[in-house]
Design a protein around this ligand. Structure first.
Ligand SMILES: [Zn+2]
Ligand SMILES: [Zn+2]
Length: 207
């Protein structure tokens, strides 16, 4: 539905644009002064030209590999970004804060739980020596409860962050567009039209 909305917006922009005679990128609406424009899919006219970087960025964030308008499937190579990059910038501010908070908690609670667990067990052993069984059992139960809570919390937060990391990795891949050099759009319109008819011809021969 979003794609449909976007394409209708793009379409109205394209028809209203005063720069109809000049090829421009359909995402950032800039010309070919900064970066060469490509015509990588079946779209024609003002919708047919796009910057490589704009397209790669869009394919990465939308996690697709085809054109939203003509559904042409692009040849792309996806490379996952390293874990370090996620740790440095895991996304929105609140996720960053949660990750940092949980890591600090983990580093703080782990030695605390270990020390108190060890003290409890030592106390239990001492009580056993003086044959006060009830206190020994109580201390062991306390140790078990402590570790259960600790393990439960660690597992829950670990799974939560794993889920966020997987989501991040899925939508933040480095996308490299694999297109032949001949798909580059030359600046003059004559050859642009030539390319489009060529494209149409090749489509017909395939059909
Ligand atoms: Zn662009
Ligand atoms: Zn297209």
């Amino acid at each position: 539905k979003d794609g449909q909305l976007l394409s209708s917006v793009v379409r109205t922009l394209a028809t209203q644009s005063p720069f109809n005679d000049r090829p421009m990128c359909r995402i950032c609406h800039e010309g070919s002064s900064q970066e060469d424009l490509l015509s990588p899919c079946e779209c024609t006219g003002t919708l047919g030209t796009i910057h490589r970087s704009c397209l790669e960025h869009w394919l990465s964030s939308s996690n697709t590999s085809y054109c939203e308008l003509c559904h042409f499937r692009f040849a792309v190579e996806r490379k996952p970004r390293p874990l370090v990059e996620w740790l440095r910038n895991p996304g929105p501010q609140h996720e960053k804060r949660t990750l940092f908070g949980d890591m600090v908690c983990f580093l703080f609670i782990t030695p605390l739980a270990t020390i108190s667990g060890w003290l409890c067990l030592r106390g239990a052993v001492d009580h056993l020596h003086f044959s006060s069984r009830l206190e020994a059992v109580g201390l062991i139960a306390l140790t078990v409860a402590l570790f259960t809570i600790y393990l439960f919390w660690t597992l829950v937060s670990f799974r939560y962050h794993c889920r966020l990391y997987n989501e991040w990795r899925r939508t933040n891949q480095r996308v490299i567009l694999l297109i032949p050099k001949s798909a580059n759009i030359p600046s003059n319109q004559q050859s642009l039209l030539g390319l489009q008819s060529l494209k149409r011809n090749s489509k017909e021969t395939i059909v």
